[in-house]
Design a protein. Structure first.
Length: 67
């Protein structure tokens, strides 16, 4: 939630808006498999996906933990 708050305040400061919309899992099965930690299902749905995770930049972690 802290990261969402930072993003919202950044948007306000820079005069743009952000909209979030829930997409049901049946319409977004790859994201649904990832959010449920179903790696085998994810691999079946997205065999072309990189097997190595992408590193998260340190600056993103800093945003998430700052008060």
């Amino acid at each position: 939630m802290h990261l969402v708050r930072k993003l919202f305040l950044f948007a306000v400061d820079h005069h743009f808006s952000i909209t979030f919309k829930h997409i049901y899992g049946k319409y977004n099965p790859i994201a649904d498999a990832l959010s449920r930690f179903q790696e085998n299902r994810f691999r079946m749905l997205a065999p072309q996906a990189n097997r190595r995770p992408s590193p998260i930049p340190e600056a993103v972690w800093d945003l998430a933990i700052q008060p």
